[in-house]
Design a protein around this ligand. Structure first.
Ligand code: DP6
Length: 345
């Protein structure tokens, strides 16, 4: 007999960035972060979790390719989920003993993996939710976010839709370092995201390695964590709650700039953006200056691809302005220079 559950998890793009860990084993961040969850019609991981007494070992595939399931991060997630299932089975002995069976996990992304498009976020969120569903765990999303965080920090924010904050927490065991919903997507229905794929290939330095180099060598970084991010978290939450796009956009762009300044301040320096990325910034700036208000906001993660936030009313001017920089249509994910539009989910 095979037990099975399938789920989707969406990509999230941070507008206040997580960069730096205070605990590398538990994935505890140096600062809080805040993200917008993209629609899972557009960018998502789909994961099926199954288990059976006939399976002989845990296994994981991504887009059909076998992955290492023995990494400490994946093992931490599996251990926590099995413990929760074990507790259920102990209190209800009639339940099948799924916690003792090997797991088979199959995942598929509909976007380029590790191109700085938060693939690990959707990946670990989908993995955790699929197993939680398979195990019929009554665990609320906040608690699942604590588990997904141990797979990849940003994954804790993909257990929710809409606008999500991840508070650093203060406890050394990480029990209070979890994500919570600021507002559902329906709170700001005309918010849109445009993804400009300036280079879909694998990134040079992973987030995990890059952020640790920054923590170890950047003199700008402690200032960012202590002085810049905390007031920015409060201002961003306020901008979202009051649907103030001007403030949202300004904070988002300043935050991306400060994050990439810390990357440049790392020794040796880390450069995630390319010439096309910088051209995207200039187009955004020109649009905002010409309109005399914030029309769009750019942000870049640990890669050269640009995410542009804008409001539905400005769709024509925003989409038209980036046409010359990148091509059009989601089909070309594997090619260079594609764009895709997404609504928050
Ligand atoms: C720049 O979550 O990929 O996208 O916890 O080591 O897996 P690990 O790092 P990861 O880092 C994401 C960094 C970022 C900013 C963000 O998403 O907040």
């Amino acid at each position: 007999e095979v037990y099975r559950a399938s789920t989707y998890a969406p990509v999230n793009i941070a507008v206040v960035k997580y960069w730096g860990k205070r605990d590398t084993t538990l994935n505890l961040p140096t600062n809080s972060s805040l993200s917008v969850t993209l629609s899972q019609d557009d960018l998502r991981t789909h994961t099926t979790a199954s288990c059976s007494p006939t399976f002989t070992a845990d296994s994981l595939t991504l887009n059909g390719n076998p992955q290492d399931i023995t990494t400490p991060r994946t093992q931490a997630c599996l251990r926590e989920l099995r413990a929760l299932r074990h507790a259920l089975e102990t209190s209800n002995p009639s339940l099948p003993k799924l916690s003792t069976m090997s797991l088979r996990l199959t995942s598929a992304n509909n976007f380029p993996t590790a191109a700085g498009l938060a693939s690990s976020a959707a990946g670990f969120a989908a993995l955790v939710r699929a197993i939680a569903d398979l195990y019929a765990l009554p665990t609320p999303p906040e608690d699942l976010s604590r588990i997904a965080r141990q797979g990849s920090g940003s994954a804790c924010r993909s257990l929710f839709g809409g606008y999500v904050a991840w508070n650093t927490g203060t406890s050394p065991d990480g029990s209070d370092s979890l994500a919570h919903l600021i507002a559902p997507a329906s709170h700001w229905p005309d918010m849109r995201a445009l993804l400009l794929i300036t280079n879909p290939s694998q990134k040079a330095i992973s987030s995990t390695a890059g952020m640790q180099q920054t923590v170890a060598t950047s003199p700008l970084f402690p200032h960012r964590a202590a002085e810049i991010v905390p007031p920015r978290m409060r201002a961003m939450e306020k901008a979202i709650l009051s649907r103030d796009f001007d403030s949202f956009a300004t904070l988002t762009m300043k935050e991306s700039n400060n994050f990439h300044a810390c990357c440049a301040d790392t020794h040796p320096p880390i450069f995630y953006m390319n010439d096309t990325s910088r051209a995207c910034i200039r187009v955004c700036e020109a649009l905002n200056v010409a309109a005399g208000r914030a029309v769009c906001a750019y942000t870049f993660d640990a890669g050269p691809n640009c995410v542009v936030y804008y409001l539905q009313a400005d769709e024509q001017v925003v989409a038209g302005s980036f046409k010359g920089l990148v091509g059009e249509g989601k089909e070309g994910w594997e090619g260079k220079g594609v764009e895709a539009r997404a609504a928050p989910q």
